[in-house]
Design a protein. Structure first.
Lengths: 336, 219
């Protein structure tokens, strides 16, 4: 666990970058620092591995103040990923990944062998090993950056805007792989982003900073969406936060009505469409299962030609329907 | 004016004192000494300034001041102060070598992508490791171009050694002028030029050898 204990950072010019921040980054979880530029999120992150020293207050890792630790040794024990990957251009991909193990005293041969395995882990084919960073795309460089940070298997990872320098399609792929990797590895991750959607998607816990280095709210993505602390947070998480907050609940407890005769099904009971006239059958627009999110149910109800979402069981057989006003009643009841 | 002096076999007799090979060797010796001393002085200072960012005005002003000092004038001053010998020549030539090496070491480090240097610190390199494993290898192309330009300058300028009674290819120029033997002057000029080109070629090959291919590839 990483603990910020009343941390302040004032720059000599007089600007306050971080203003009395106290928070905890729980072990094995992803905690995302998010906020507008100049809110102190990156400064806070960089105080964890002593790239920046606090003016006052303490940063502790598992109860131990980082200020008392040897800088280089501390950093070798913490994975570090930065925006443009910051790969060493004069070293091959393999040697970039092998950097920290070599610093820790492994032979180059051992470190390279382990590095090869890591490349595969982050989704890079072995033929990339002998290339140089300039020969890779931005997304590939970022994968190498993650592999380099993972090479010494550190319990903690710091990621400073790791996905912001790549295009949206590549970012989407990197997000998926990040979530897959983190599910396997369970690292304690502190990540900085300015993108609230990214924070909500990747974070177990989200810390929202506001201008002047003040923490506006700390909570799970769901808490931030459903219960923003103030106007600033509500504005920052976005206008459609109500709809997005539905992504965190499944339809397991959503009541359904029996399937009516207007729903045309095939011999296996799978829905084909809605009968809206004698010869007129219109597509349902999709179905949901009880494991899907309420957001999908809302989406289906809106898209449906008759305003009704269709639930199916594991075999795809229609087993219930939810008209949009039933969904609205359910949501209203749940809130109250 | 003709090439008779240059192509006279008697002038290429290694054993004869004052022969072209002998003058060439002594010339090369002055060049190597001046480059070695100049590098030992300028490289650490330039790297320190570039690495820390402290005292960059020294790098910039040393570069400008050094370039504007007339070597021959400086040599005469040194001879006046120290008397004849190798030392005043070496001082004059070293002063010539320092600015390009110091400036290129400084500029080479300053021009690096700060993100990469940040990453080097962030993964746990100590300052010395950041310098030797990341900054220096990345700055090598700039550093080598400074060293090559220092080499070219000192090869041409080492001819002044002859003006104060020493050897080197300057002998051919000074003695040739003294006795109106322009064929000898021409021989001296040609050998100096060829030496400069050859040394630059050697350094160009060395540069290909020591600079990482990763710094040459383009996307």
């Amino acid at each position: 666990m990483i603990t910020f204990d009343d941390v302040v950072k004032v720059y000599p010019g007089g600007g306050t970058a971080v203003d009395h921040v106290s928070l905890e980054v729980p072990t094995g979880k992803t905690t995302v620092f998010v906020g507008p530029s100049g809110c102190g999120k990156t400064t806070s992150l960089r105080m964890i591995n002593r790239m920046i020293s606090p003016t006052s207050g303490r940063v502790l890792i598992d109860g131990e103040d980082v200020a008392g630790q040897d800088e280089a040794l501390l950093r070798r024990g913490i994975g570090y990923v930065i925006q443009h990957a910051g790969l060493f251009p004069h070293r091959t991909v393999l040697d970039n990944v092998a950097t920290v193990p070599v610093l820790l005293g492994k032979t180059r041969r051992e470190a390279r062998a382990a590095a090869l395995g890591l490349l595969e882990r982050v989704g890079l084919a072995p033929e990339f090993a002998q290339r140089y960073p300039a020969q890779l795309s931005g997304g590939q460089q970022q994968r190498v950056g993650v592999a380099r940070a993972l090479a010494a298997d550190p319990p903690i990872m710091l990621m400073d805007e790791p996905f912001s320098a790549v295009d949206p399609v590549v970012r989407e792929g990197l997000h998926r792989e990040f979530l897959r990797l983190q599910k396997d590895l369970g690292k304690t991750i502190a990540m900085v982003t300015h993108d609230i959607d990214e924070a909500i998607k990747l974070g177990d816990l989200v810390v929202i900073f506001r201008q002047g280095g003040i923490v506006a709210q700390i909570g799970t993505p769901q808490e931030l969406l459903s219960d923003p602390a103030d106007e600033f947070v509500a504005e920052f998480v976005g206008r459609d936060r109500g709809l997005r907050s539905l992504s965190f609940d499944t339809a397991a407890e959503l009541p359904v009505k029996p399937v009516p005769a207007e729903l045309v099904v095939d011999e296996a009971g799978r829905p084909l469409g809605w009968r809206t006239g004698a010869d007129d059958v219109r597509p349902t627009g999709g179905t949901f299962t009880s494991a899907d999110t309420l957001r999908l149910v809302a989406d289906l109800a809106i898209l449906s030609p008759v305003g009704i979402a269709v639930r199916v069981d594991a075999d795809g057989k229609a087993d219930g329907i939810t008209p949009h006003h039933d969904l609205a009643d359910y949501l209203a009841a749940r809130r109250g | 004016m003709n090439l008779s002096y240059l192509f006279d076999a008697a002038h290429w007799d290694l054993g004869a004192s004052g022969s072209i090979p002998q003058l060439l060797l002594s010339h090369l010796w002055y060049v190597i000494l001046a480059l070695a001393i100049g590098t030992v002085i300028a490289l650490p200072v330039g790297l320190y300034i570039g690495h820390t960012g402290r005292g960059s005005f020294i790098a910039i002003n040393a570069g400008n001041a050094g370039r504007s000092l007339p070597t021959l004038g400086l040599l005469m001053l040194m001879v006046t102060l120290l008397g004849l010998g190798l030392l005043p020549v070496l001082i004059a030539l070293t002063v010539l070598v320092i600015p390009p090496i110091l400036t290129s070491a400084y500029a080479g480090l300053r021009s690096l992508d700060p993100q990469v240097v940040d990453a080097a610190r962030g993964v746990g390199m100590r300052p010395w490791q950041v310098l030797t494993r990341v900054e220096l290898p990345m700055a090598l192309p700039v550093l080598m171009s400074g060293f090559r330009s220092a080499t070219l300058q000192v090869v041409a300028t080492a001819t002044v050694a002859a003006a104060v009674g020493l050897g080197g290819l300057g002998r051919l120029l000074i003695d040739g002028l003294a006795v109106n033997d322009y064929s000898r002057v021409l021989a001296g000029a040609i050998v100096v030029a060829v030496l400069a080109v050859l040394l630059d070629l050697v350094l160009a090959f060395a540069q290909r050898w020591i600079v990482s291919p990763g710094l040459r590839v383009s996307r």
